[in-house]
Design a binder for this molecule. Structure first.
Ligand code: ADP
Ligand code: MG
Ligand code: ZN
Length: 475
């Protein structure tokens, strides 16, 4: 029997607002525990929440970018449960009237575009954090995160493989980062993913019973956890067992999922409309304003990079993976760099140097125009391709312009025929054996001669001229 997986993701995204969703406390990450709290976010009785308009705007931005319908009327609900990191005994969330519904995202799998439905996007507040350290029989509670605004983005069960799920997550993350509504850091928990997964025999219409896998905290694990869970479910079925609806925890150290609670033990949250917050009415005018302020999104940008700059799909894909990378590229082209050359240097040398320092394009000190200027020197033949690498590295490290570096270090390419001939003659005179072998047909030795001459000329010989002169002299 062949089985097919059915997957739907529930993604939580921490919004990049300066303040919390229902009070003015800071959302800054990494401060001393419990220094960013107030009576509202620690849930004192008698206090009243007030909605942060920015959080609502961010949710609408996300909804528009994912083709959702924005609700003109929506409201908050109380989700009741007890846990030490939730002092007021309920989480303010949205339930029957979320802010966004009926959207979709497009992902590319095996060179085919696939539409993945987005059921809903709703806003809610984050809970605090229990800290179990010190080894004693106790826990600490840090409420700095309590009340940080979240979006929950729920997909339809449209994903059919771990790879599709990973692609969907990547796409969603890229869009959230383009919009500036979430930093998308799964390792730090600002983007979290719960995966619902079931299997069914290929050809069957009905969905199987699903398990919800929690605690997937990196991109790598989205695929790994799902692969494991699908295999586990197939094994259960093939051994004559039944899948039970349950919540399972992904254990990344052991690479397995484990049962956390079954449906019977599931909470009844006793949702009801939040009485302390008025329902939200969103005017079309505001939605239109937000829509017109959206940045060019990655898919559109990628297609434009192909049509406008003639870039291969691969380059366009990579360069549009982050808004900052795309911006750097366009600025360099605007400064006179030839598109494909700019792309090559960015994807090769520049990304290598940035990676070595664990830096992003936002932190890149090299200016786009500096690359463009260096490419002009290369084009004019002032420097050779080989020297350009040295110049580029020097530019990156010192911040100096290419022209200054070339002058300072005397790196101008030698296109003087006599000078090259002289160097070639010297090498030929020094290498009678190699000359003999070359003449006897060992043409691979040309590389040896090029290398030797370049060495004596400190890499500055014009490579085309050198090649021609060598061939002439050796024939
Ligand atoms: P809950 O309220 O328990 O979280 P939902 O019906 O809202 O349940 O679904 C949550 C997620 O589970 C959604 O992403 C949805 O696409 C996914 N899902 C629903 N049914 C299945 C199924 N049979 N197999 C896999 N995923 C499913
Ligand atoms: Mg759920
Ligand atoms: Zn507060």
């Amino acid at each position: 029997m062949k089985y097919e997986a059915v997957i739907g993701l529930e993604v939580h995204a921490q919004m990049l607002t300066d303040t919390k969703i229902f009070c003015g406390c800071s959302t800054k990450f990494g401060s001393e525990p419990n220094t960013q709290t107030c009576p509202i976010c620690i849930g004192m009785p008698g206090v009243l929440p007030v909605l942060n308009k920015k959080a609502l705007e961010f949710a609408i931005r996300t909804g528009l970018a994912t083709n959702c319908k924005i609700s003109s009327y929506s409201r908050f609900a109380r989700k009741n449960y007890f846990y030490p990191d939730l002092p007021k005994g309920y989480q303010i969330s949205q339930y029957e009237l979320p802010i966004c519904e009926h959207g979709f995202l497009e992902i590319v799998v095996d060179s085919e575009i696939k539409k993945i439905g987005i059921t809903r996007i709703h806003m809610e507040e984050d809970a605090g954090k229990n800290i179990h350290e010190g080894g004693g029989n106790y826990s600490f509670v840090d409420l700095n995160r309590t009340g940080v605004p979240l979006m929950e983005i729920v997909s339809e069960p449209d994903l059919r493989s771990p790879k599709e799920a990973a692609e969907y997550m990547k796409k969603l993350r890229t869009i959230l980062r383009y919009l500036g509504v979430c930093d998308g850091n799964m390792e730090q928990g600002s983007l979290r993913c719960d995966a619902n997964v079931s299997i069914r025999p290929v050809g069957q219409k009905e969905y199987g019973t699903r398990a919800e896998v929690k605690n997937i905290n990196s991109f790598k694990f989205v695929e790994k956890a799902l692969e494991y869970e699908i295999k586990r479910q197939i094994k259960v079925i093939e051994e004559g067992g039944k899948i039970i609806q349950e919540t399972r925890l992904w254990d990344s150290d052991r690479g397995i999922t484990e049962s956390m609670r079954s449906k019977e033990e599931a909470h009844d949250y006793r949702y009801f409309p939040e009485p302390d917050l008025v329902p939200m009415t969103v005017e079309q005018k505001w939605i239109d304003e937000i829509k017109s302020s959206l940045p060019e999104l990655p898919d559109v940008k990628r297609e434009r990079f192909v049509s406008e700059f003639g870039l291969p799909e691969y380059d366009a894909d990579l360069l549009t993976s982050e808004k900052s990378i795309a911006g750097w590229f366009e600025a360099s082209v605007k400064a006179g760099g030839q598109a494909k050359a700019v792309s090559n240097w960015m994807m090769g040398e520049l990304m290598k140097l940035l990676n070595e320092e664990n830096k992003t394009f936002e932190e890149c000190a090299l200016r786009p125009s500096q690359l463009a200027d260096m490419l002009k020197l290369l084009d004019k033949g002032t420097i050779s391709g080989k020297i350009a690498k040295t110049v580029f590295e020097e530019m990156y490290k010192t911040g100096k312009d290419a022209e200054a570096i070339v002058k300072e270090k005397g790196l101008v390419q030698v296109s003087d025929e006599e000078a090259i001939e002289k160097a070639v003659d010297e090498i030929i005179a020094k290498s009678p054996k190699e000359v003999e072998r070359f003449k006897a047909g060992d043409e691979k030795l040309l590389g040896f001669f090029v290398g030797q001459v370049m060495k004596t000329m400190k890499g500055k010989a014009n490579p085309q001229m050198l090649n021609e002169i060598l061939k002439k002299k050796l024939s």
